[in-house]
Design a protein around this ligand. Structure first.
Ligand SMILES: NC(=O)c1ccc[n+]([C@@H]2O[C@H](COP(=O)([O-])OP(=O)(O)OC[C@H]3O[C@@H](n4cnc5c(N)ncnc54)[C@H](O)[C@@H]3O)[C@@H](O)[C@H]2O)c1
Length: 253
């Protein structure tokens, strides 16, 4: 679909990949709601792009519902949902202190996987009621997986499991929403230059970047955003997870 004039929701829009996507969507003419648990980050980006900042914990049913309601009141129902909210703490299943606390595993699944599902179910309900565009299209949902869904490293059990869940959610959702003309995809990024990676010591950054076959550097958040815009534009893309990773295959550690 053409982005111009449509309402879009970007979760995790206050930083990194989500912020770059919110900027790109606004530049392309979308009315963007920037959802983030960090309202300061969301407000900064929303101000910059003339969008709406909404405080939202994607893992919470009521918070997600309130945020979608607020975005709808300002921009109308969203045809576009981009799930970028996520966390990535590292911990071994059995570490020096003993088994990983179950609550730590559950927290990652709650935010990354259940949070993406929460926003998908709420936004898809809205999209289904909208008028169909060309080809009968009503909406598009893009979630953010990770190459860790396929090659999770030691210490990434919770993160990789949450991202694997996002990968597996794509097909049943795309099949279910096909009748409504709503497409569902995910992007699986490799290493991207966001506050997360840029906070590491330069030496670690250099060695991580060198592990990418080509181009041997971190991806730029704008490159992620550019793929998201292409996904929105290209109606034949559906039910797929696209790796965006410079051919990296993560090693065990
Ligand atoms: N940067 C990378 O190399 C990389 C690689 C693969 C996948 N990813 C995924 O991309 C997504 C974005 O990551 P990023 O690198 O931009 O990180 P980031 O930390 O810069 O941004 C993530 C944003 O999500 C928000 N957030 C966290 N928990 C939330 C919650 N419960 N509700 C709402 N918002 C919440 C944070 O406040 C933050 O603004 C994540 O899902 C991450 O797992 C990133």
């Amino acid at each position: 679909m053409q982005v111009k004039g449509h309402a879009a929701i970007v979760t995790g829009g206050g930083s990194g990949l989500g912020a770059a996507t919110a900027r790109a969507l606004a530049t392309a003419g979308a009315k963007v709601a920037v959802l983030d648990v960090n309202i300061d980050g969301a407000t900064k980006i929303a101000k910059e792009i003339g969008g709406l900042a909404v405080k939202c914990d994607v893992a919470d049913a009521a918070s997600g519902e309130a945020a979608v309601t607020e975005a709808r009141a300002k921009h109308g129902p969203s045809r576009i949902l981009i799930n970028c909210a996520g966390i990535g703490p590292a911990a071994r299943i059995v570490g020096k202190e003993g088994p990983m606390p179950l609550a730590d595993f559950a927290r990652v699944i709650n935010i990354n996987l259940i949070g993406s599902f929460n926003m998908m179910r709420l936004c898809a309900a809205d999209m289904g009621k909208l008028e169909a565009l060309t080809d009968g299209e009503r909406g598009v949902i893009v979630s953010t997986a990770s190459v860790a869904a396929y090659e999770g490293q030691i210490g990434q059990a919770a993160y990789a499991a949450s991202k694997g869940g996002i990968v597996s959610l794509v097909m049943p959702a795309a099949r279910e929403f096909a009748r409504a003309g709503i497409r569902v995809l995910a992007v699986a990024p490799g290493l991207f230059a966001t506050p997360l990676l840029l906070g590491m010591p330069q030496q670690v950054q250099d060695s991580l970047a060198a592990s990418v076959p080509f181009p041997a550097r971190f991806g730029k958040p704008e490159e992620y955003a550019s793929l998201v815009l292409h996904i929105i534009d290209n109606v034949m893309l559906n039910g797929e997870v696209i790796r965006l990773d410079g051919a990296i295959r993560m090693q065990p550690k």
